[in-house]
Ligand binder design. Structure first.
Ligand SMILES: [Cu+2]
Length: 312
């Protein structure tokens, strides 16, 4: 009930109800504490007002009620933390589903989108190297690695089958992002140089929002994506479609970066970046997109004034 009031989307994952229970209980408990302490505060203001209590009492409280009350609060908090929150989190980070049963996806974040790398029919991920990163190869897949020939690279939207555990290995190309799927009640930081796995089991088909939950730059507000939970048949159809696309394009170029308003381009090339609101050129297809500089490279050219100042 409180979760809906706070704007939490309906849960769509197997473990999510446990998170909801903890959130629900914590909020009710904090509400009870807030009202309890507020009533006590008002009582003390009236009971010990100066007119009634002209001289200070240096002995203070003589009954043990306050000690018992405070001890109960500490006890409830300890049970919440040690009995529910830590075991639930331990299960999330220690008990990963076995490799064959789960679907493994590499999530590579960049300013300002999420890329997905799937192993393709052979089940093996191709080697990735930063040296191969280009406009047409956003993840730097090694073209000489046979395991990478059938790999699927996609951006913005990921499809997963329902009722099958999904392990997402998070990493980043530039700054720290956070891959957060509110409806799945899961999220994790995507940090350059780290591989951070998270896992969840979707139990309801549908389309869910993916957001970046770390302030990662001027375009952070627009760093959103979609997680589509399919029936197994729909998922197979999507895989086939992506595989065909990967076969014709080799690697999918990233979508054109949505330039945040007010951010200047230090080295603009005419015709490569469409300004917001401008009419789309007739040939704004995959080739036109591939010709534009990579979003991450564009951002490196941004002036130093674009970086946030601490304490500002
Ligand atoms: Cu981000």
């Amino acid at each position: 009930m409180i979760n809906e009031f706070l704007g939490q989307p309906p849960n769509a994952s197997f473990h999510g109800y446990q998170i909801d229970h903890i959130l629900e209980f914590c909020h009710w408990f904090m509400a009870a504490l807030f009202f309890g302490w507020s009533i006590f505060f008002i009582y003390v203001l009236i009971r010990f007002r100066r007119r009634r209590q002209p001289h200070a009492d240096h002995l203070g409280v003589r009954s043990g009620i306050s000690t018992h009350l405070e001890f109960s609060v500490v006890l409830i908090e300890a049970v919440l933390l040690l009995g529910f929150a830590i075991p639930l989190w331990a299960k999330r980070v220690n008990q990963f589903p076995p490799g064959k049963e789960a679907l493994l996806v590499h999530v590579v974040a960049q300013q300002f989108s999420f890329n997905y790398h799937l192993p393709g029919p052979d089940g093996a991920f191709g080697r990735r190297d930063v040296g191969f990163v280009s406009n047409t190869n956003p993840l730097g897949l090694d073209p000489n690695d046979p395991a990478g020939k059938d790999d699927i690279v996609t951006s913005g939207e990921l499809h997963v089958p329902v009722n099958r555990p999904v392990i997402a290995e998070l990493s980043s190309k530039d700054v720290i992002h956070d891959y957060f799927v509110p409806a799945m009640r899961i999220g994790g930081d995507a940090i350059p140089g780290s591989l951070i796995p998270i896992w969840f089991t979707p139990i309801k088909t549908g389309s869910y929002e993916v957001i970046c939950a770390q302030l990662c730059g001027l375009g952070h507000y627009s760093m959103k994506g979609t997680l589509v939970v399919d029936t197994p048949q729909e998922y197979e159809a999507w895989l086939k479609e992506r595989a065909e696309l990967s076969g014709t394009q080799n690697a999918q170029p990233p979508p054109p970066a949505q330039r945040p308003p007010g951010e200047p381009l230090s080295n603009p090339t005419p015709g490569t970046v469409v300004p917001p609101g401008a009419p789309k050129p007739a040939n704004a297809d995959a080739q036109g997109v591939a010709a534009s500089p990579h979003p991450a490279q564009q951002l490196q050219n941004a002036p130093a004034t674009a970086s946030p100042t601490p304490g500002g």
